[in-house]
Design a protein around this ligand. Structure first.
Ligand SMILES: [Zn+2]
Length: 255
């Protein structure tokens, strides 16, 4: 994803000249993922289960960072610098200094993240098969579980981010396509934001219904994600509407 997450963010360091930070909400994700994964590892001693859970959560962190850096590195090839990469409750966000200048650059930068996730997923899957075959015993089993988890997480990152719900990556590809088809960027962004809002409402509805029907609050995450997306797409659309006919205005994204 792209945009801004500034407040309550811990700066970790720079990688390839880009600031990498962790929003305080990510710490909750880390703790939650560690516990959920450890509880799913029935049969392992508690310490090993939590150790592996923490390792899996770290792999999730690395997977999201890899996804965001794909956006940043491809953006740089198109002359667009990245101010910061921040991990937060709903994943990661790469904050670009300017909007890409052409529909092609826009689409390629947006698609780079999910493409990287798909690649990481395939590599993790291949590694898991190799571990299964060549690493025996408990170590092989633990590494196999870690590999399966990394493959799954990256598969989800690749597919989920390509949902055409602007400002998610798929929505940005859709915006680029609309822009390419003769609309100016402003009109294309407003249209893509409306579609993004529709998807966001579906996420909210599906999350609430699933949580109520299945008595499982983890589906509430889907509803939360929907409200976040709704706020994002709404604020982008409103910023463009109030900026009049200024077609070149970069849209401030707030999170
Ligand atoms: Zn992305």
């Amino acid at each position: 994803m792209r945009g801004q997450v500034r407040r309550q963010t811990f700066f970790l360091g720079r990688l390839f000249g880009v600031r990498v930070g962790v929003h305080v909400s990510w710490l909750a994700v880390y703790a939650f993922m560690t516990v959920v994964i450890a509880r799913g590892l029935a049969g392992l001693p508690v310490i090993q289960a939590y150790g592996l859970g923490a390792l899996c959560a770290l792999a999730l962190f690395a997977s999201v960072v890899g996804h965001e850096f794909a956006h940043a590195i491809v953006a740089r090839r198109f002359g667009v610098q990245t101010r910061a990469i921040t991990l937060f409750l709903f994943g990661g966000v790469a904050e670009l200094e300017t909007e890409p200048g052409t529909p092609r650059a826009d689409a390629v930068i947006a698609a780079a993240g999910p493409a990287m996730s798909a690649l990481l997923g395939v590599v993790a899957l291949a590694a898991t098969f190799a571990i299964d075959r060549y690493v025996p015993g408990g170590l092989g089993e633990a590494l196999g579980r870690l590999g399966t988890y990394v493959a799954l997480v990256n598969g989800v990152l690749a597919v989920f981010n390509m949902i055409p719900a602007y400002p998610m990556d798929g929505g940005r590809v859709l915006r680029a396509a609309l822009w390419q088809r003769g609309h100016d960027r402003r009109t294309a962004t407003i249209a893509a934001s409306r579609i993004g809002m529709a998807f966001a409402l579906v996420f909210v509805g599906a999350g609430v219904l699933a949580a109520a029907a299945l008595h499982d609050l983890t589906y509430g995450w889907c509803a939360l994600m929907g409200t976040f997306l709704l706020r994002q797409s709404w604020s982008q659309q409103r910023a463009l509407r109030t900026s009049g006919r200024r077609a070149t205005g970069d849209v401030p994204a707030t999170a």
